[in-house]
Ligand binder design. Sequence first.
Ligand SMILES: [Zn+2]
Ligand SMILES: [Zn+2]
Length: 356
Amino acid sequence: MATALMDAAVMNKPLDIEVKKISIPEPRANEALLKVYCIGVCGSDVHYYEHGKIGRYVVKEPIVLGHELAGQVVKVGSDVTHVTVGDRVAVEPGVTCGRCEYCKIGRYNLCPDVVFMATPPVDGAWAEYVTIRSDFLFKLPDSMSFEEGALLEPLSVGFHAMNRGKVTPADRIFVSGLGPIGLLAVQAAKMFGVSEIYASDVVPYRRQLGLEMGVTGVIDPLSENAKDKIAELTAGKGVTVVIESSGNQRAIADAVKVVNRGGRIVFVGMPAVNEIPLDVNQIIDGEIDVYGIFRYANTYPAAIQALGGSGVDIEKVITHKYALSEIKEAVEMARTQKDTSIKIMIYPDKENIQNK
Ligand SMILES: [Zn+2]
Ligand SMILES: [Zn+2]
């Protein structure tokens, strides 16, 4: 029997990506087959496309990238019970072992045996169909769009940052870096009830988008001192939490100077170098709590519930929409127009592209 074929964007080697016909995967007993509705372009996808590796993960074989998706269940394996054909779902793209110490205590994002989509050698979902273990699928309420479903993945990073930073409505927050993760961290902060959110970015377009998406006041780190400007914007009160999402060395070092005594810092953005000097006396003397985050855990159900009815419009981060057949243009846009292409969404079926 001939297997049915689908379109998938295959990256052969860095800067070389093309849409090819490959076999539609068959779901195993505990998996579901999804028809992909839309799927985001992540910074990590662009990094693999440009450099062929991130840290210890190296692209050695042709790979399908993409891990921020939502779609519709079209087939389920024999053991699958909690989703059925026709369900609209978001995908949590890291399948964990469920047995190790980290999985058992609920910190499954630290599972050493995680199989994460679009992390070599695991294929991702820039394709018409994808299979995934069904317990990593989350049903979308009717009120939630597929686009919001796909954005749950990067939003989860912001949500996890709020959880790690023990953020409450009493906090005043500073987010450094307004790329997709920073902008979505701002949305997560709003969902956590935070009303004063300050943010910095070197790019005027991003600061403007931040203001449109609920940032209280913005800072240009090239011409303004973050600590002084925050003092001015908050009438001297300062911020209790810093979410560092730029990965910029100076912004990382500045975080301990910017946050109030007794405050918390969550490091999200990965710097290009491993070692950056921090004022440790300030951390000790000010009883500052410092957290790192790796992806996210236990965020999807909470984020789906918190987003519904919140009035928070996360879709504003989508700046461009492309058909899967235009994948080359899409990743080139993401690679070369980093300042103004915040989140690019890919549609395997171009009929689904609205308000391009
Ligand atoms: Zn991502
Ligand atoms: Zn595990």
